[in-house]
Design a protein around this ligand. Structure first.
Ligand code: 13P
Ligand code: SF4
Length: 331
């Protein structure tokens, strides 16, 4: 079979699924890359773990697992592939490496950072521990391994409240997202000491924007991520992790929905829920968007951009992530 025909045969079923969110002219560029990456994955016994904010050609075209950060950490631990390509941001790749240190973990673009992760250093955490002696430190996974190493336990947006309450303390230091800290505080009696970090994607939404859309679409259901400011969360109908939002749409099938989060999320969820109408005022995450098919192909071909964590840091950071995984997801 001619190569062009072979590519078409293998990628057409993928395109049929995502044709609503990717124009045909764009798919002509993606299809050969999707085909090559999927072949190479098999050859090299590699697995592609992708976050929910990845573009539809990555999420639906090449990912073996596409999910929120908690599920990606769990899947990284379970995999028996030799190579993990993490289509997401740097802290997600580091977390995968912590969960499965013997695997080769690759990040297609080493510039895929996160405003929350860069808002705090290990030194800052040490300073807080000196200021509040004996108070346990709960750290959001959106941080560097160095920060995790200074923490008692990690959490994600899927289990933050459960993790905080699991410690049995009356006070915890919760880092680094000030809005997530406020959200957790609104749900627990444990006193939360927070930091000043924010997500540059979620902090830009306003309650006014949501109210205006609700006025124009009275039947709309609004879902928010807990990284949003409190007044945005208050204006919404449900708050949860990226997979929490996705599950809400899948199980409740609202007529009309708005996901107050990163742009690709709505496209990816829309593909699996064709009967739901999506209103899409969204903000792009510039870090998530550094990952592209050509970069995935290059890093898998050359096995470049490997994540390496010094043993002295990884030993301590791993404990914090493993404690979180043992607690699991909130219901
Ligand atoms: P989730 O853990 O909900 O997938 O969120 C990760 C993230 O970076 C959100 O901005
Ligand atoms: Fe970080 Fe926000 Fe991007 Fe998530 S969306 S990776 S929290 S900057």
């Amino acid at each position: 079979m001619e190569i062009v025909e072979k590519i078409k045969k293998e990628t057409d079923p993928i395109y049929q699924k995502i044709s609503k969110v990717i124009p045909e002219i764009e798919w002509a560029f993606h299809a050969p890359l999707v085909h090559k990456i999927n072949m190479l994955k098999k050859e090299k016994n590699a697995v592609i773990l992708a976050h929910n904010y990845q573009t539809p050609e990555i999420f639906h075209g090449i990912a073996d697992i596409a999910a929120d950060s908690l599920a990606l950490a769990i899947e990284a631990e379970k995999t028996d592939a030799d190579i993990i390509v993490l289509c997401g941001v740097h802290f997600m790749a580091e977390t995968a490496k912590l969960m499965n240190p013997n695997k080769k973990v690759l990040l297609p673009d080493m510039g895929a950072g996160c405003s929350l992760a860069s808002s705090i250093t290990g030194k800052d955490v040490k300073m807080l521990k000196e200021k509040y002696p004996g108070v346990p430190v709960v750290t959001y996974v959106n941080t560097s391994a160095e920060v995790k190493a200074e923490s008692d336990i990690c959490c994600t947006s899927a289990n933050a409240i459960k993790v905080v309450e699991s410690l049995g303390a009356d006070k915890v230091i919760f880092l680094p997202d000030q809005y997530m800290a406020k959200y957790v505080q609104s749900k627990t009696k444990v006193q939360i000491i927070s930091w000043v970090g924010t997500c540059i994607v979620h902090e830009r939404f306003s309650a006014q924007e949501i109210e205006d859309i609700k006025k124009q679409n009275p039947e709309i259901v609004v879902l928010t991520h807990p990284e949003c400011p409190p007044e945005v969360i208050a204006a919404s109908d449900f708050t949860g992790s990226t997979s929490g939002m996705s599950k809400y749409v899948k199980t409740k099938q609202p007529k009309k929905v708005m996901l107050v989060t990163e742009c690709s999320m709505s496209d990816n969820v829309q593909v699996d829920n064709p009967n739901v109408q999506f209103i899409k005022p969204c903000n792009l995450c510039p870090y998530m968007k550094t990952i592209s098919l050509p970069k995935v192909l290059e890093c898998l071909e050359k096995e470049t951009n490997e994540i390496l964590i010094p043993e002295i840091i990884s030993r301590k950071a791993r404990k914090a992530v493993e404690r979180m995984v043992a607690i699991g997801r909130s219901h």
